[in-house]
Design a protein around this ligand. Structure first.
Ligand SMILES: [Fe+2]
Length: 592
């Protein structure tokens, strides 16, 4: 091809004929129209792209299921099994696997004629699987909480739970019953969410101010502990984090005349006296709530080696509604509302100094119940979370919904937002000189961005940590990692439950580096939160086994403890137990 030279004509002092002016005017208008048309097209393409993206996300959130099997037996009262039962082992349990899998969840849903409304309300049933030399035994006991005992004595619900308001004593006269509405509600010690550890002892925890210390061998409660006797908090989460030396970190709210605060708590690892519980606990940082009377609800938080990450999400607790719940005849759950007109905010606290970092990190509204892991890299905090775009799932887990059948059950499931793993990157050292509108994340391996805005806030957009196939599995919840070796560190694998039903119906291993899934499923069976147990003598991240309690509503099939090779998810063995078990929440493995 020959090169061409363009010579511009000299138009100075050259008058254009009128026809040429008209023509040029026409061309000019045409080009304006063309530019306008093009910009409209660009806008439409952008809108179309956003629409395609949103429909893809909607598909992710609302992946439909039909003809779901009834799971009512999994959320129905069962008998406890206090005497040790030998399990029938098929396949094998590794000889090195010596210890207890301890789990807790709701197991009794009525007293007398009174029935609980919400799944979270059921009385705590403690499960213990003991593994030694390839054999497995099982036992379970109801936690003898003061709430359980009071309800049993009166044969009715006398203490309110999350979704159930205790009604006044029918033996009182009308006037006494009216006055009792103005008494402050008694706070439950039905600690049915998780086993937690402080100073080497195990406690059962929910999110109130009470925890119950238990003997993990006998499953007997030994002591009731009240956070308020040690520090100025009204409760703490059931998902503390631990340093390698046993120092525990947790978060809990406080309410005062100055409004409400989110407090970071530290509990030292060692006892000064043998009888200690959480003595020495300290509030190391208080974060003021964005709205004093409407703090956010949170269920867990993140921790790196140096930082605590607190997520203030637009799932709000209306304290006025909570305080007046008895007068209004409403449960505590009525005071919680999803308010997506607000964004979600991340707060970062130096856990060694207690200093709240100045960075203002925001993202579009989402709700998270369980964080997966968090770590530091190249001056950033990287935090991975199971996220839902719709924060109304708490309302859905009413027992009447879980016990539905047929189309009613399908409708309930299809109305719930699914949970997906997402990564956020929070750059820690943001200066006034950093340019606006530019992604401040230096991490080449993550598409998560953190963009400085004109008002100094950092707008965070997430990276999906999963391949598209996870949408077909109903998303993922109950995330667990190789906590002992990889908590607070860069990691590759996490494990969770797929949710093609209202409870977990598969076990999934997610490779967050290569974005691949490995899945275990057996139709008609519902596995619990997978717990990773490392094999001795290996430092490989997935060198070990996964334990999960798998239950079924089928009357002619047994529930079992499943053990998978964590590398390939192949079944090593299962220990069948001819005992009815309800679907539970969380647990832990304790070596013996
Ligand atoms: Fe939880």
């Amino acid at each position: 091809m020959m090169a061409s030279q363009v010579v511009k004509p000299d138009t100075r002092n050259c008058k254009r004929p009128r026809e040429l002016e008209i023509f040029l005017h026409f061309v000019s208008n045409l080009s304006t129209i063309a530019v306008g048309f093009l910009s409209v097209m660009v806008r439409w393409i952008s809108v179309l792209k956003k629409y395609v993206e949103s429909t893809r996300q909607k598909k992710a959130i609302f992946s439909k299921q039909e003809r779901l099997p009834c799971i009512a037996p999994l959320v129905t009262t069962v008998e406890e099994t206090p005497q040790i039962v030998s399990a029938c082992v098929r396949g094998h349990f590794p000889q090195w696997l010596r210890g207890y899998l301890l789990r807790v969840g709701p197991g009794k849903f009525e007293f007398g004629k009174d029935k609980y409304n919400h799944w979270f309300d059921g009385m705590a049933l403690l499960h213990q699987f003991r593994m030694e030399k390839g054999t497995v035994t099982y036992r379970s006991k109801f936690l003898q909480s003061d709430t359980y005992k009071a309800n049993s004595v009166h044969d009715r619900i006398v203490i309110s739970e999350f979704g159930t308001l205790a009604v006044p004593d029918p033996c009182k006269n009308v006037f006494e019953r009216f006055l009792s509405k103005f008494e402050l509600p008694a706070i439950t010690d039905n600690t049915n969410v998780n086993y937690v550890q402080y100073k080497g002892d195990y406690y059962l925890s929910t999110e109130t101010n009470f925890m119950n210390k238990v003997d993990i061998k006998t499953l007997e409660k030994t002591e009731k502990v009240d956070w308020r006797k040690f520090i100025a908090v009204n409760g703490a989460t059931a998902h503390p984090h631990y340093d390698a030396d046993g120092t525990a970190y947790n978060m809990g709210n406080s309410y005062g005349s100055h409004g409400s605060c989110y407090n970071v708590i530290r509990v030292p690892p060692e006892k000064v006296d043998l009888g200690e519980t959480i003595h020495g606990a300290q509030v190391i940082c208080s974060i003021a709530s964005a709205e004093g009377m409407r703090p956010s609800y949170y269920h867990s938080f993140g921790m790196t080696r140096k930082y605590i990450i607190f997520i203030e999400q637009p799932l709000k607790m209306n304290l006025w509604k909570v305080v007046t719940s008895k007068i209004r005849g409403k449960s505590f759950a009525d005071g919680i509302s999803w308010e997506p007109q607000y964004n979600t905010r991340f707060h970062v606290v130096d856990k060694h100094t207690g200093q709240l970092l100045p960075g203002m990190y925001y993202s579009k509204p989402f709700v998270t119940f369980h964080q997966i892991n968090a770590f530091e890299d190249q001056g950033c905090v990287v935090i991975d979370l199971c996220c839902q775009d719709d924060g109304r799932s708490l309302e859905v887990y009413q027992l009447q919904n879980l016990r539905k059948v047929g189309e009613g059950l399908d409708q309930v499931y299809n109305s719930v937002g699914r949970s997906f793993p997402r990564r956020f990157v929070l750059p820690l050292h943001v200066s006034l000189n950093d340019p606006e509108g530019q992604n401040l994340s230096p991490l080449s391996y993550s598409s998560a961005s953190a963009v400085k805005q004109a008002d100094g806030k950092i707008w965070c957009s997430y990276e999906n940590l999963h391949p598209e196939g996870l949408e077909d599995e109903g998303g993922i919840e109950f995330p667990q990692i190789n906590y002992g070796q990889f908590s607070g560190r860069k990691y590759r694998f996490f494990y969770g439950c797929g949710f093609r039903h209202l409870v977990g119906d598969s076990l999934i291993k997610v490779d967050v580096v290569n974005k691949t899934l490995t899945i275990w499923r057996e139709d008609g069976f519902y596995p619990s939160e997978p717990v990773f147990v490392p094999a001795p003598g290996t430092s490989e991240e997935d060198g070990g086994v996964i334990l999960s309690v798998v239950i079924t509503p089928k009357q002619n099939e047994n529930n079992f403890l499943l053990v998978l090779d964590a590398k390939n998810f192949e079944e090593l063995g299962r220990a069948e137990v001819p005992v009815q078990m309800p679907y539970g929440f969380h647990g832990t493995f304790v070596t013996i």
